[in-house]
Structures are given as structure tokens and as C-alpha cells.
Design a protein around this ligand. Structure first.
Ligand code: GLN
Length: 196
């Protein structure tokens, strides 16, 4: 399997590094035709408004919408990527798009500004603990039907990692973790991507 990493903007290389540690090939995706070769995609953290514009101008937006409808692609959205997957965006720009792929409402920048960015302890599936980075991170404000919570903040039990169907989304950057965490969040995505 080759996992695509949307490479229009944002934190691409560290996802490639994590995947290589797991023995998985990856390919940068920044042109429409490159999407045909992949059935799993990571949308990295970065700036969701900038990615919105580039997704539309490259034609990639329309194609991903189609692939999501066909259920022929698994997508992991981290931080800005989570904003792009949400059904509803709070505090977004008017011209900002989303894939309407996960039944959650997401509030941008709700964990604070850049200088308030920090590592937080997240409990995954009730047992493993990781300490990833939250960078101008979005908060999951509403959770609708069919969404499963896979990760919560240790301190407050707030949901920060959710899945629905072939989609996975995190408020945080799992590729930027304080302690070695055996890349559990990427492994969860690979499980989702490999399910038929
Ligand atoms: N606040 C950014 C946005 O709205 C997301 C930040 C991130 O991806 N680290 O797109």
C-alpha cells in the first residue's frame, strides 16, 4: 500500500517519516492525476484556509469529494486536515471549503494561539497514552451520529481523535509527539485504510 500525503501546504515530511518507520510507502500528492494511484490520504496540519484555495484551484477538491462519495478513499485529517473533513466549521472564513466527511462541528484555533501551542497527554482507545503537539489546534465542538471517539485528553476527557467510516481526524499533530508512541495513531489509520 502507498499512502498519499496531500502536499499543497503544511507538515508533510514528518508524516512521510512516520510511515517509513512503519514500513509503509508514501507519495506526495499535489496534482489531480496523482490521486488516481492511491486509496488512502493524509491531510496534514497547516492552514486550512490556504489549503482550501489550493484544493479548489488544483481541481483536487472535486475529485476527493467524488472519491469520498464512492467510499473509495480513506482519509486521515490532522489539525487543519480535521477542519477540512468536518461537516461544520465554526470561526472559518466565508470562502473556506470542507469535504463534509465527518459528522462533527469543528471550532478553529479553539485551543489558543500559536504561542499557546503545547504538548498534551491524549488517551487512545482508553489505554495507550501519547503526548502530541497541539498547534493553533481546532476543538471538536459537536459530535453527531455515527462518529466514534478514539482519543480523549487525559486531563478533561475532551474528544480529540474521532472516526466515521473510512475517515479519521485529530485535533493534534500525531507526527509531532514528545515521547516515542509507537506511532499508534498512524497505525489506527492504516487499519482503517486496509478494511474492505
Ligand atoms: N488553525 C489552523 C487552521 O485553521 C490549523 C492549525 C494546524 O493545522 N496546526 O487551519
Amino acid at each position: 500500500m502507498t499512502v498519499g500525503i496531500l502536499s499543497l501546504q503544511g507538515d508533510v515530511e514528518l508524516h512521510q517519516f512516520v510511515l517509513s518507520q512503519l514500513g509503509i510507502k508514501s507519495a506526495k500528492i499535489n496534482k489531480l492525476t496523482q490521486l488516481d494511484d492511491i486509496s488512502s490520504l493524509i491531510i496534514p496540519g497547516g492552514e486550512s484556509t490556504t489549503m482550501s484555495k489550493l484544493l479548489i484551484s488544483s481541481g483536487i477538491y472535486e475529485q476527493i469529494v467524488k472519491r469520498i462519495k464512492e467510499k473509495s478513499i480513506a482519509i486521515f485529517g490532522t489539525c487543519a486536515g480535521m477542519i477540512l473533513l468536518a461537516n461544520k466549521i465554526y470561526d472559518g472564513r466565508e470562502d473556506q471549503i470542507s469535504f463534509n466527511a465527518i459528522n462533527v462541528g469543528i471550532k478553529r484555533n479553539a485551543f489558543g494561539r500559536q504561542i499557546e501551542s503545547t504538548f498534551k497527554t491524549v488517551v487512545i482507545r482508553g489505554d495507550s497514552e501519547i503526548e502530541p503537539s497541539f498547534i493553533r489546534a481546532p476543538r471538536i465542538a459537536d459530535i453527531g451520529d455515527d462518529v466514534v471517539v478514539l482519543g480523549t485528553l487525559k486531563q478533561t476527557a475532551e474528544p480529540v481523535l474521532v472516526t466515521q467510516g473510512k475517515m479519521l481526524a485529530s485535533s493534534f499533530h500525531p507526527e509531532l509527539s514528545k515521547e516515542s508512541c509507537d506511532n499508534i495513531v498512524h497505525r489506527i489509520f492504516l487499519e482503517i485504510a486496509e478494511e474492505k
